[in-house]
Design a protein around this ligand. Structure first.
Ligand SMILES: C[S@@+](CC[C@H](N)C(=O)[O-])C[C@H]1O[C@@H](n2cnc3c(N)ncnc32)[C@H](O)[C@@H]1O
Length: 458
């Protein structure tokens, strides 16, 4: 009787198929599958394997397809589930340090289940054996090809985005960015410096053998010297650490940590977090404000605002609210809308406004690799139009003499400097204090753009 494919691989194929058929973040589909009956039956080791296969295939999909197509007799017939099985096996052969026969026999078992004649199983075996022999050479050929082809076939950047990067960055930088985005992203922690120190958190993590610290090295060998930042080697247990449960550290990417730092809110101030999402930055705002002052968080999605509440409880903001030191208001609202929002717009305007705007997420391709395949060329302008509206609406909420930080996790100029500079150029009460760009190729982190704007005093 034919052997059944090993469950971690078939779960990975299932998640990858779902992602091709409906949109959504890879981590959500994967978590759903791992929490379902098939996922729960997996041992810890197999859960880790399924996770690495899903992210790996998404991150390297263009490259895997180029390898498969280079050795297949009839590439266009390898579609749907068969293509996904081959991608998983090719990823294993090229990126995971395992004996090749495991990947090959697993893929054979999976394709045999789709074709009882056995022909597909034999073709799979032949194709993958050819890749064992020629995979490294083919990768080199694709890497050394013209930049557009190298971006697509070696670094898995879709052609429309590759063309865009070649135009805006030039070949050397575009290739460096694509290469930096092809490896799993770092795990960065933000320490709540209002209640603990980096050294204490580090000691607690080491004592629990939770995570090994890594230095946050830049491409040129320098280390990012930020007191709240702790970069650790990846691992799933961090979120279960007691210090995390008490909000003494949060998991937040290096670039994303910079928006609140640039906004620099002070104790006792009134701050507005416009696109507050699940609250990562609201908590950071409270930390900088030493849990004293007024915080207002608005968000379009009701579900996200529910998660926001949980985030604030984890950060123990409720205690500051009960003690009367902090007021915390949450509102579901479309902040691009022209109409005023009660509770948000009552009062004299805000000392600090954070606009962490919705964006294409094209700086985040290492963390959300599915965006390589779901983003469309028109998304950049569509997001920029919403960002321009949000910025104009938020500016009216900054009090004279106050400050606004505009931030996006995209490095596409239309979503960053173009939005800010056109806005500042059209008004005489805006000073651009600074613009920061955090790039994968320079800072080994997600791409992130921010601008800090000061409003002229009355
Ligand atoms: C980049 S995310 C924010 C992440 C969040 N600040 C954090 O730190 O976790 C952008 C958020 O903007 C929200 N959003 C999109 N359009 C909006 C609108 N018109 N008004 C308010 N929020 C909006 C999205 O639902 C999403 O949660």
């Amino acid at each position: 009787m034919a052997r059944r494919p090993q469950p971690a691989r078939s779960l990975a194929v299932q998640v990858l198929r779902q992602l091709e058929q409906r949109e959504g973040f890879s981590n959500r589909h994967l978590d759903e599958a791992l929490d379902g009956p098939r996922g729960q039956a997996l041992e810890r080791r197999d859960r880790a394997l399924a996770t690495s296969l899903v992210y790996g295939v998404l991150r390297h999909r263009g490259r895997l397809d180029a390898l498969i197509d280079a050795v297949a007799r009839n590439p266009s017939r390898l579609r749907g589930r068969i293509r996904e099985v081959l991608r998983v096996a090719t990823f294993e052969l090229r990126e995971l340090d395992r004996p090749p026969h495991v990947a090959i026999s697993e893929a054979q078992a999976a394709t045999r289940a789709l074709d009882r004649t056995g022909r597909l199983g034999r073709a799979t075996q032949a194709l993958l054996s050819e890749l064992v022999r020629r995979g490294a050479e083919l990768d080199r050929v694709h890497e050394d090809g013209p930049p557009l082809e190298a971006l697509e076939r070696r670094w898995s950047i879709p052609p429309w985005l590759a063309r865009r990067w070649l135009e805006s960055l030039g070949p050397a930088r575009a290739l460096a960015r694509a290469r930096a985005l092809s490896v799993p992203c770092s795990v960065d922690l933000r320490v709540d410096l209002s209640r603990t120190t980096r050294a204490d958190v580090l000691a607690a993590l080491e004592a629990a053998r939770c995570e090994a610290p890594e230095s946050c090295a830049l491409a040129d060998g320098r280390v990012v010297p930020q007191p709240q930042l702790l970069r650790v080697r990846a691992g799933g247990r961090l979120a279960r650490h007691p210090l995390h449960a008490r909000g003494l550290f949060s998991i937040q990417a290096l670039g994303s940590q910079q928006a609140v730092r640039a906004l620099d809110p002070r104790p006792g101030e009134r701050a507005l977090d416009v696109c507050a999402g699940m609250g990562t930055k609201t908590l950071q705002l409270a930390e900088h404000m030493r849990r004293r002052g007024a915080l207002v968080a608005t968000e379009l999605s009701e579900a996200r605002l529910a998660a926001h509440e949980a985030m604030c409880s984890r950060g123990q903001l409720d205690e500051a609210v009960r003690a009367g030191a902090l007021t915390l208001t949450r509102r579901v609202a479309d902040m691009a809308d022209e109409t005023a929002v009660p509770e948000v717009d009552d009062g004299p305007g805000y000392d600090r406004v954070l606009l962490d705007a919705p964006c294409t997420g094209l700086g985040n391709l290492a963390r959300h690799p599915e965006a390589r395949w779901t983003a469309r060329p028109g998304d950049v302008e569509e997001c920029a139009a919403l960002q321009r509206r949000l910025l104009a609406r938020c500016w009216s909420r900054v009090r004279p003499g106050g400050r606004l930080v505009y931030a996006v996790c995209s490095l596409e100029p239309e979503e960053g400097a173009a939005v800010v500079e056109a806005f500042a150029g059209a008004r005489d009460d805006v000073t651009v204090l600074e613009q920061q760009r955090w790039t994968p190729e320079e800072h080994a982190c997600d791409g992130f753009y921010l601008a800090a704007l000061a409003r002229a005093p009355a």
